[in-house]
Design a protein around this ligand. Structure first.
Ligand code: BTN
Length: 253
């Protein structure tokens, strides 16, 4: 069912919400809204995206009615370099929303993957543009299959036995949880969020992974986050390397 803008305004009082039938990407529209001065918490969503954008230049499959695709314009009291911490907050919010609305439990893989088991159910893309953070969230809901060859094996709530979760309810809960994790970050500082992430993510410590740095790949064992929310990787030599960008994948045995 198409999201009804009036229902959304009632469910999200005091918040600017735009919902489109089709957009190239909610990220582009959010960027334009941020340029026009859209307030903190503004949400722009679409039933489908024709140029859905993933991390590292990848495409995000965004067929109509199959997922929840939206971007929130965020203006927290945080500098642009805190964007990894915001990504961590968003992952925590998505995992908690799914656990409140379904019996499913999510895992988090730094920086932005929300997983069920080893399969990705949600992607998060944070950009700093036009003086605001743009937080793009794509949750796989009703898909029964995906194209071959995606970087991480995907899943959807339907494939996990949870078809038909009302998107309005998921969006409303996500909006509240995003606010609450961001205010925890603003008021309580980074360490509380980092500790929460360490508890919520089986990947944060002690996992054998391969990191794709773009120019090269390295294997190692994850070793927590630093004080800015970047991932530590312990190399086989014992040396510690800070991962500030790149794809983290489990090492194939
Ligand atoms: C990833 O690669 O994991 C990030 C995917 C982010 C997808 C969402 S869907 C809503 C928003 N609009 C986009 O074009 N991308 C993000």
């Amino acid at each position: 069912m198409v999201m009804n803008p009036d229902t959304l305004s009632q469910l999200l009082p005091g918040r600017q919400v735009e919902w489109h039938q089709s957009l190239p990407s909610t990220m582009y529209r959010a960027s334009a809204l941020a340029r026009e001065g859209a307030p903190h918490g503004t949400i722009v969503g679409a039933e489908e995206q024709t140029q859905g954008e993933g991390r590292m230049g990848r495409e995000w499959h965004s067929a109509a009615g199959e997922g929840l695709y939206f971007t929130v314009v965020l203006r927290p009291q945080l500098p642009p370099r805190d964007s990894p911490m915001l990504t961590v907050c968003l992952g925590l919010a998505v995992a908690e929303a799914i656990s409140r609305l379904t019996p499913l439990r999510c895992d988090l893989r730094w920086p932005n993957d929300v997983l069920i088991g080893e399969r990705k159910v949600c992607g998060i893309l944070v950009k700093y543009e036009e003086g605001a953070f743009l937080a793009g969230i794509g949750v796989n809901l009703e898909q029964q299959g995906f194209p071959q060859g995606l970087a991480t094996p995907p899943t959807s709530l339907a494939m996990e036995g949870q078809a038909g979760i009302p998107r309005e309810e998921l969006l409303t809960m996500l909006a509240e949880l995003i606010d609450s994790y961001i205010s925890m970050l603003e008021k309580g500082g980074k360490q509380g969020i980092i500790n929460t992430f360490l508890l919520a993510s089986s990947y944060a410590r002690g996992r054998a992974v391969e990191v794709d740095f773009g120019s090269h790949r390295e294997r190692g064992i994850t070793d927590g986050l630093n004080e800015d929310g970047y991932l530590w990787l312990r190399l086989p030599s014992g040396e510690k390397r800070l991962v500030v960008a790149g794809g983290v994948r489990p090492t194939q045995p």
